[in-house]
Ligand binder design. Structure first.
Ligand code: NAD
Length: 291
């Protein structure tokens, strides 16, 4: 396939490189980042999109996605696919799909989970929204960049799945960290706490697979001085998107709202920026009930 790839940052560069290594012809564009091995440099986003069977975008936010879509949709062939893999708000995903469809271009929103390691290793999970026809056209590319792709429904469904999942993730990480901090104060050994909870009804991915306590459970960013992993800043971004969507849909999400407020405080005023999102544990450790 002829693929245009726009946004060659931490995630986009290894994803584009994997597509090129699998034999696809990839033309990449980024405002700042260099092209990875095997990817031809385009002069502009429009240049990358012109003549492509599929255009993949991997950009910071919905506003930038909308502006790129404005630039490229008119240059794309009818029947080609615009596949956005960034994490953006549901409204932007739907607006871009509508704009593409109106020009005869198919659209898929397909945010990913798996992080930079998953992008490099080709083991991402894609959660996709769009028509069956659009999904079928890009599925072979998901198979190269990832290990699993779920077609979640119509446009916006991929972003909806992503932010609901990450709202659960943020809330459970906070619950796991505050429980460890309470256990410390009750004199409970952290390993014993893990042994009990990881096989009891309090278990979760954050406890069992990504334990925030150093030296406990499988290897995780806690064992590497809380270097990300998944940065607190990105968790804050996703929690804000969940609350934006909840407000638009009139959904009551008090735990998600509180998690967004706690990560905001952590990132913006407590030095949490640049740390892994499990660094909530040392944050709770230092605090008392009245802090
Ligand atoms: P990044 O900041 O490393 O990359 C974004 C790239 O987009 C940058 O290289 C930037 O120069 C480029 N860019 C910005 N505006 C542009 C424009 N107008 N034209 C062309 N290029 C432009 O970010 P990332 O970590 O690669 O994340 C990309 C997306 O993936 C985000 O939406 C993020 O939320 C999502 N995501 C990231 C992770 C992760 O662990 N990093 C995990 C899952 C999802």
């Amino acid at each position: 396939m002829k693929i245009g790839f726009i946004g060659l940052g931490n995630m986009g560069a290894p994803m584009a490189a994997n597509l090129a290594a699998a034999g696809h012809s990839v033309k990449g564009f980024d405002l700042a980042a260099p092209c990875p091995e095997g990817v031809d440099k385009a002069e502009s986003a429009v240049d990358a999109a012109t003549g492509a069977d599929v255009v993949i975008t991997m950009l910071p936010n919905g506003q930038i996605l909308r502006s790129i879509a404005n630039d490229i949709v008119g240059a794309m062939d009818a029947g080609s696919v615009l596949c956005d893999c960034s994490t953006v708000d549901v409204e932007s995903a739907r607006a871009v799909a509508e704009q593409a469809n109106a020009a005869g271009v198919l659209a898929v929103d397909a945010p990913v989970s798996g992080g930079v390691g998953g992008a490099a290793g080709g083991t991402l999970t894609f959660m996709a929204g769009g028509s069956g026809e659009a999904f079928a056209k890009v599925e072979p590319l998901f198979d190269i960049m990832g290990q699993k792709a779920v077609h979640c429904g119509s446009s916006g469904a991929g972003q909806a799945a992503k932010i609901c999942n990450n709202m659960i993730l943020g809330v459970t990480m906070i619950a796991t960290c505050e429980a460890f901090a309470l256990a410390d104060k009750l004199g409970l050994d952290r390993q014993k706490m893990f042994d009990v909870v990881s096989t009891s009804s309090g278990y979760s991915w954050t406890m069992n697979a990504y334990c925030p306590a150093p030296g406990v459970g499988p290897q995780s960013p806690a064992d590497n001085d809380y270097q990300p992993g998944f940065a607190s800043d990105l968790m804050l971004k996703d929690l804000r998107l969940s609350q934006q969507a909840a407000a638009a849909a009139d959904a009551d999400t008090p735990m998600g709202q509180l998690a967004a407020a706690l990560y905001e405080q952590f990132v913006e005023t407590e030095g949490g920026s640049g740390t892994d999102f499990s660094a909530m544990l040392p944050r709770f450790e230092k605090r008392g009930r009245e802090d």
